[in-house]
Write a protein that binds this ligand. Sequence first.
Ligand code: G3I
Length: 318
Amino acid sequence: LAQLNVLAQSAGKLYFGTATDNPELTNTTYVAQLSNTLDFHQLTAANSMKWDATEPSRGTFTFSGGDAIVAQAQKNNQLIRGHNCVWHNQLPSWVTSGNFNNATLLSIVETHCSTLVSHYKGKIRDWDVINEPFNDDGTFRQSVFFTTTGTSYISTALRAARAADPQAKLYINDFNIEATGAKATAMVNLVKQLQAEGVPIDGIGLQSHFIVGEVPTTLQQSMQNFVNLGLEVAITELDIRMTLPETPALLAQQAKDYTTVIQACKNVQRCVGVTLWDWTDKFSWVPGTFAGQGGACPWDENFAKKPAYNGIVAGWSQ
Ligand code: G3I
């Protein structure tokens, strides 16, 4: 069967999957395809496990949104990637404006990660424990976490997650590490430092928000560089956007680009799976963020397959 997860598993991968979000679960046509396990064997909550959703005020945890995504996945025996424990975005203001000192902020990070990961213990295969720690030049992002604790927040979060669910694979997830270069090298060096300190780390997530015609030629090499450190890798947020309107030429190039990404994962044995950052243009984050751009997903706004779908098929098959 030429369907995305069937082919991914035939290629030795654990899953092909997609992000989804709670408001989308009210659309029955959408949910029917989301539940099609021939295409999708893995779900990620695009928003509802983030800090603003799960600990909106200090020590008060709300898991209803994340629980609904987990329940949706479990109906179809789909794997779940947890997204995420610590990120500079979508933080509640009590974290960003709290002026906490080092020890207090580390304890806040530990409590957040520990409580979040514990809540989903045994239900989630992988956690993006740390999301987007770097600037594009490879320096550490000046988030409230880094400016207050240096890199200590990273080891604190990873240790808390390991203790909370020893079976979960712990990831650091970022964008613009898909090409070799300063940012990917910084990630390699961070992993080496964590390993030297005995901090648990199992995987690197390459978000892979690409632009048509601009998939990095060093994607496979960059994945291999992380694998060479003893880690697994995953393509965690794949989409390939274009300047609208869609044209036959752009759609054809997009299909080729999807093929290129899938083949890179196929060729790296410890690339465990690929996740779309939603499968339909109807619910893509792209037009809301990049004016005039979109069309990034393999299905269009009316849930019809685009050439990109067959591009993914070709990537797993060739
Ligand atoms: O929840 C509010 C809703 O109450 C309000 O009516 C509405 C009006 O704008 O906004 C809603 O919040 C939006 C939220 O998504 C939930 O839909 C935010 O404005 C919007 O900014 C937010 O965007 C999310 C974005 O992360 C935030 O940075 C996207 O859905 C989500 O797909 C995106 O995902 C990120 C990954 O986590 C990390 N990597 C990049 C990726 C794409 O930006």
